[in-house]
Design a protein around this ligand. Sequence first.
Ligand code: GAR
Length: 196
Amino acid sequence: MKRVAILISGGGSNMLALVASMTGDHPARPVLVASNDPVAAGIAKAAGQGIPTATVDHRPFGRDRAGFEAALLCHIEAAAPDILCLAGFMRILTPGFIQRFQGRMLNIHPSLLPKYPGLHTHARALAAGDNEAGCSVHEVTADLDAGPILGQARVPILPGDTEASLADRVLALEHRLYPAVLRRFAAGDRRPILLP
Ligand code: GAR
């Protein structure tokens, strides 16, 4: 059985979708949910599911990213995960951290990568006049939002869509895509999943 640690910064809806999926014959189980934001709503939700949680506030570390990561790593290593899932984790990780989990760290990003890495993905898709949007799950490498794609799901952009309406529609899709990719990845299969 693979052990999965999930890093979050916010509401944790993707985290909950991953947790809900890891039952029965699923080849993985959640062992830790950790956040850089001590009041991230997802932490209480994870605790409510009986999952061990940890928070390491990044703010006292200032620009010392390595110091923040060392503190976070104490919790992660104690949980001995095989796989690390970033699920709305909004801190950039150092190459050293990424190297440590090379080939074992996944991220979900709210765009059809390689389009729109970084922030404000939905606003950028709308501003560009795109007719579709979506989300991607990828392996985390040293290049931001640019590792090998393990899954993608697309939705049409509708007339009258706003950043909020598009984000809602894509988020619902994220909740289907990420669990599907994790299940396959945990079983050792890296073939990309394309939804719908
Ligand atoms: C999700 O839309 C996720 O794709 C995005 O943050 C949201 C987190 O929601 N992640 C990024 O933008 C990463 N750069 P959640 O906390 O409810 O899962």
